[in-house]
Design a protein around this ligand. Structure first.
Ligand code: CUA
Length: 155
């Protein structure tokens, strides 16, 4: 097959640039220790179910209308599936996965995290308005990905 000389030059240029860009990203990620955003600490994904506080996932009251929610994103469910808090509650989510990469997105909020096995992701939100907030997995995680959801009931 004949490839025109100019076309060959452009193809080579494209491949070289691809290698350079991936190299720059890879080098920066390794040298700067870049990890997915909102991931705060490491955890062994194989022993998540035996590691506190994820051995007992759920909501903990830590202050005046302030809560910590420990949630396990385990294909294809969130454990616990439902959380109930009063209006105005400040909730800090800690989420981890024992299996594959999941998403953690709370509708009508600024909580949108990637949940990576081996890491604990965290985000905080104040639920001012009463109502039902959907909690969705927005990273494709398998055949039943679209069943992976939960609810946050603000009363
Ligand atoms: Cu979990 Cu998609």
């Amino acid at each position: 097959m004949h490839i025109h000389r100019l076309e060959r030059i452009w193809l080579s240029f494209g491949i070289v640039m691809l290698v350079v860009f991936l190299g720059v990203i890879g080098t920066a990620a390794i040298s700067e220790g870049i990890v997915p955003p909102s991931n705060i600490q490491t955890i062994n994904p194989a022993t998540v179910a035996q590691t506190a506080p994820f051995d007992n996932p759920g909501l903990r009251k830590i202050g005046d209308n302030a809560y910590e929610a420990y949630i396990l994103a385990r294909y294809p469910v969130f454990i616990p599936h439902e959380i109930r808090v009063p209006a105005g509650a400040k909730v800090t989510f800690f989420v981890t996965s024992p299996d594959v990469v999941h998403g953690f997105f709370v509708t009508n909020s600024d909580v949108n995290m990637m949940v990576v096995p081996g890491w604990v992701s965290s985000a905080t939100h104040v639920f001012r308005r009463p109502g039902q907030y959907l909690l969705l997995c927005n990273e494709y995680c398998g055949r039943e990905h679209h069943f992976m959801y939960g609810t946050i009931e603000v009363h």
